[in-house]
Design a protein around this ligand. Structure first.
Ligand SMILES: CC(C)(COP(=O)(O)OP(=O)(O)OC[C@H]1O[C@@H](n2cnc3c(N)ncnc32)[C@H](O)[C@@H]1OP(=O)(O)O)[C@@H](O)C(=O)NCCC(=O)NCCS
Length: 165
């Protein structure tokens, strides 16, 4: 019998199983404008966000297949808009893990009373992410032209994507 996919809150004890996923994504440099030289400790400090933000893992049994974090996009007068990031293990992509993580992020943002969710930097080349977000109701507000240096495609745009809650 195959185990069910669950999304649950992550703690420090999960980091050793989250780090390989984050490390893969940041060293590929295809989707996130993060420093690819980041150490495990630096990445842990930025990925495991403190409350009232939240970091989750998508698990099947003991296996961590993906991770997301979520938080207020801006402090003070901007803190009614949420934001977040997600990463799925390369071997687990295309099987609904990303959809489960974004659905969890949307449910959290609604529960927490946010007015909207804003993704600040979705690379134009990231068709999977764009299709996934659009299928859940996100729209593109605009594109920062050439703002991301893709290792293969060169300078590509970064979309700002938005979901009104
Ligand atoms: C983007 C990402 C999070 C998507 O996660 P995923 O688990 O692969 O996504 P899902 O399996 O839930 O698929 C979501 C949708 O994407 C599309 N999709 C997924 N894999 C695809 C593939 N190989 N080819 C074409 N479309 C695909 C499907 O339309 C799918 O919709 P469906 O549920 O109606 O079938 C994942 O690819 C990833 O971690 N990429 C690297 C990091 C990243 O880009 N993060 C987001 C930055 S904005």
């Amino acid at each position: 019998m195959s185990l069910e996919l669950t999304v649950r809150e992550a703690g420090e004890e999960d980091w050793p199983r989250i780090w390989p996923i984050v490390h893969d994504v940041i060293t590929e440099q295809q989707t996130f404008a993060y420093d690819p030289e980041m150490t495990s400790a630096e990445a842990e400090r930025s990925w495991l966000v403190p409350a009232p933000g939240r970091t989750v893992v998508a698990v099947r049994g003991d296996e961590v297949l993906g991770t997301a974090n979520m938080y207020a996009n801006r402090p003070g007068p901007g803190n009614h808009v949420a934001s977040g990031s997600l990463m799925v293990a390369r071997t687990a992509r295309g099987a609904g893990v990303g959809r489960a993580l974004v659905s969890d992020l949307i449910a959290w943002a609604r529960r927490a009373g946010f007015a909207a969710i804003q993704f600040n930097a979705v690379a134009e080349t990231n068709g999977t992410a764009i299709r996934l977000y659009e299928s859940l109701g996100f729209v593109t507000l605009g594109v920062a032209p050439g703002a991301f240096r893709h290792p293969v495609a060169g300078r590509v745009g970064l979309r700002i994507m938005w979901l009104e809650l």
